[in-house]
Design a protein around this ligand. Structure first.
Ligand SMILES: Cc1cc2nc3c(=O)[nH]c(=O)nc-3n(C[C@H](O)[C@H](O)[C@H](O)COP(=O)(O)OP(=O)(O)OC[C@H]3O[C@@H](n4cnc5c(N)ncnc54)[C@H](O)[C@@H]3O)c2cc1C
Length: 475
């Protein structure tokens, strides 16, 4: 059914002229994602300023049969916030709904609107001597609604869980325009089905999150950051387990970094970033520990654990950051691989997870498989391995064009995903399904689970107007 576009006039009177953009030049900023790979063709960009305006917009769009694609900061990596050219839809951007409604330091909670930028939320928590412990490289642009709708992970998942684990309550505009007021701040509430979990990680396919009540935590008094050289990924997993135990779970981040990050930064980014230049190593770990105590006890615990690891050959060398500048320099090494990937002229990306203990076997098997499929390709697995999440990325062979390498993408991806699944893993650890992994989900998800998902979609969005064609194919 073609939508009735005369609804745009009614939307303009409900949301005001600032709330409805229809000129291509005005919509351009919302139509392309941060990496420029998923380009939208929306019939309009809606920018409601309140929950009531969002609900009014949904009611009008539902009556006109106009699909809605919710959008936060448009930093998602699965093509979820894109209005597909073949399916006329309105983008509903939450950017004007960015108030922090209430921060309660005694309750350790914050109630915040969906369009609030993650970094602003983290700064507000900090200013109240609290911590909101979800951090990722896109935090200067991504929004609360986006991180909840993708169930984002990031670098602190190991200690605090992913976005889903940080939510106490939600306010959601449903597909028929009703508002579900679920902004509870209870730590304990066993009154039937926990409905908020339906909308968390749903990528905008079941409703629009307009606000959330989130958990806060004590603000750490001390952060110790270190960089260790390792012989192999087995050593990384063993070291992370050991540091968790030695510091009574003060381990906040543990990121695997391949040598490719250092050599690639020199070659493709023109940056010399090796923190341990005396002893080049095939693998590294970027480790962060935080403590509520400002004294050096945590550092001493970590040093003792590292000394034992050095004696046993688990690590080859290690260095602690002694200043904020050095800390940033260590994180730079972890942040280099995605940038290098954009410069190599052809790279394939995977966001998979396996049980933590299976990470080394997964990396070994995937590397053997992809180098057999495309000889000379250059895998550079990196990321949050202590929670089992590997960004298994692969650069084109030096002698193959990017185009020819990317043409092998479907075959390579299928192989990598199958190996993750053989280790009881997942094809999407933290980036979601969106458009890009929708068909692959159909291939790998058990039939009964897909059927339950379709029933949930039909129950909550019977007309199919909420982000159609994302996560699940359209009915
Ligand atoms: C440099 C970089 C680093 C990244 N690092 C990480 C990382 O470490 N961990 C990680 O998990 N992700 C990471 N990401 C991915 C991305 O930042 C996250 O997916 C983020 O959660 C998306 O937030 P957003 O506001 O940009 O959402 P968008 O991209 O705008 O939307 C994402 C999805 O959520 C839906 N949506 C958005 N807002 C709402 C709402 N209010 N209600 C209902 N649905 C909504 C959209 O329809 C879409 O399906 C990274 C991305 C970049 C560019």
């Amino acid at each position: 059914m073609q939508p009735d576009l005369s609804v745009l006039a009614a939307l303009t009177s409900a949301l005001g002229p600032a709330g409805v953009l229809t000129q291509p030049s005005d919509m351009a900023a919302y139509a392309t994602d941060q990496r420029g790979i998923a380009v939208s063709a929306p019939v309009a960009v809606l920018r409601p300023a309140s929950t009531q305006e969002t609900a009014a917009a949904v009611r009008l769009c539902a009556a006109a049969g106009l699909p809605i694609v919710p959008q936060g900061g448009n930093t998602g990596l699965a093509g979820g916030a894109v209005a597909r050219p073949e399916r006329p839809a309105a983008l509903l951007n939450l950017g004007r709904m960015d108030r922090i409604r209430e921060l309660d330091a005694l309750d350790y909670t914050v109630t915040v609107e969906a369009g609030c930028i993650l970094q602003r939320l983290r700064e507000a928590a900090d200013a109240a001597d609290r911590q909101f412990p979800l951090s990722l490289a896109a935090e200067g642009s991504c929004t609360v609604g986006g991180i909840l709708s993708t169930n984002a992970g990031g670098v602190m998942t190991l200690r605090y869980g992913n976005a889903r684990d940080l939510v106490l309550g939600l306010e959601v505009v449903l597909a028929d325009g009703q508002v579900w007021q679920g902004l509870r701040r209870l730590r304990k509430d066993n009154t039937g089905y926990d409905l908020k979990h339906l909308f968390l990680g749903a990528e905008g396919t079941l409703g629009i999150i307009t606000a959330a009540t989130l958990k806060l935590f004590p603000r750490p008094r001390r952060t110790d950051t270190l960089f260790a050289a390792l012989p192999d990924p087995d050593a990384a997993i063993a070291l992370s387990a050991r540091l968790r135990n030695a510091t009574a779970d003060a381990l906040t981040a543990f990121e695997l970094v391949p040598r490719f990050a250092i050599d690639g930064a020199a070659r493709y980014l023109g940056e010399q970033i090796d923190p341990l230049p005396a002893a080049p190593s095939p693998w590294y770990a970027l480790v962060e520990l935080t403590s509520g105590s400002a004294d050096g006890a945590l550092r001493r615990q970590a040093e003792a654990a590292l000394a034992a690891a050095l004696d046993e050959g688990l690590i080859q060398d290690a260095v602690f950051a002694e200043s904020e500048a050095q800390r940033r320099a260590l994180w730079r090494v972890r942040e280099a691989p995605p940038e290098i990937g954009r410069k190599v002229g052809g790279a394939l990306h995977h966001d998979v997870s396996v049980p933590v203990s299976r990470v080394p076997a997964f990396i070994a098997e995937a590397t053997a498989a992809v180098t057999a499929l495309v000889p000379g390709c250059r895998p550079y697995p990196f990321g949050h391995v202590a929670d089992g999440n590997i960004h298994y990325n692969i650069a084109r062979p030096e002698t193959m064009s990017g185009e020819a390498f990317l043409a092998r993408g479907p075959e390579v991806k299928r192989r990598v995903h199958d190996i993750a699944l053989a280790h009881n893993g997942s094809i999407s650890a933290e980036h979601g399904i969106g458009l890009f992994k929708r068909d692959e989900l159909q291939r790998v998800k058990p039939a009964l689970e897909l059927e339950l998902m379709r029933r949930m979609k039909a129950a909550l969005d019977p007309a199919g107007i909420m982000n159609p064609g994302k996560v699940l194919p359209e009915a």
